[in-house]
Design a protein around this ligand. Structure first.
Ligand code: GLP
Length: 259
């Protein structure tokens, strides 16, 4: 794992955005795996600014990690809505190349299998963007998810539903189930980029980077991926033990040539 510790949130966002922009510039057949959550909002704002400066999404294909079961694409708290508001409506991406699982599918099991097949048909994800939940989840792969799992339905933990309550109205609670890319799906991406900021993520980050590879922390499966970059601010890095080493290898979170 390449662990980049940036001095603050703004530098972490800039580092992650530059990584994505460089990836897009290097590949004409770029397939981005996209993530949702509060952490990603400033990153998408930064990508929109880069778009204003010339970064084009016109030939990019996107696949989001997950969607709540029961929410139609026009539900304000759906990840479809999130992506339109946070990114898609502000860049030149072709809407027909953007993909999210349909939370309102009549048969969510079939929808999950079809989503996995669509990812494979696209040629596979070239760069998967990820956040991490406070309990170590990636996508909606909650603790004890199979580390080889494909896209499927997962039952959300109460803590994850509570953490996502702010996106819902006061008279509404987050759904109990989601369709999510599996940990195996995520590990099939050619490259992964995980962004975590703020002290609330410090324990999950330490377990992910320095803990054992274990289903109880699904993000730890990224230790088995040959090309994963973890971009952190200092607050998210406080619980790791080898921070001096990460700073030595990557001063100020610079992506130096050798890890
Ligand atoms: C949700 C998403 C995850 C995301 C996580 C953390 O559960 N399914 O993909 O990483 O939230 O979100 P936040 O950035 O708001 O802490």
């Amino acid at each position: 794992m390449r662990v980049l510790i940036c001095k603050d949130e703004a530098s972490a966002i800039a580092r992650a955005a530059d990584h994505i922009a460089e990836h897009m510039a290097q590949r004409s057949d770029c397939v981005l795996g996209l993530a949702t959550g509060g952490t990603m909002l400033p990153l998408y704002r930064r990508l929109i600014r880069l778009h204003a400066d010339g970064l084009s999404f016109a030939s990019v294909t996107t696949f989001n990690l997950d969607e709540y079961i029961g929410l139609a694409p026009d539900h304000p708290a759906s990840y479809h809505s999130y992506m339109r508001k946070a990114l898609f409506d502000h860049v030149d991406v072709d809407p027909s190349r953007t993909h999210l699982p349909r939370g309102d599918a009549a048969d969510p099991v079939a929808e999950a299998a079809d989503y996995e097949a669509r990812i494979a048909r696209s040629g596979g994800i070239s760069l998967q963007l990820l956040g991490v939940g406070r309990n170590g989840h990636i996508g909606f792969n909650e603790p004890t998810s199979s580390l080889a799992s494909p896209t499927r339905i997962k039952t959300l933990t109460e803590s994850t539903r509570r953490a996502n309550q702010p996106y819902f109205g006061s008279d509404e609670t987050p759904p109990g189930y989601a369709i999510t890319m599996g940990v195996g799906t995520i590990l099939s991406a050619r490259e992964c980029l995980l962004l975590a900021t703020g002290s609330a993520k410090a324990n999950a980050v330490a377990a992910m980077v320095e803990g054992p590879v274990a289903a109880v922390c699904p993000a730890s499966a990224l230790q088995m991926h040959a090309r994963t970059t973890v971009v952190l601010d200092r607050d998210a890095a406080t619980e790791m033990k080898l921070t001096d080493y990460y700073h030595h290898v990557h001063p100020d979170g610079e992506a130096t040539r050798f890890d």
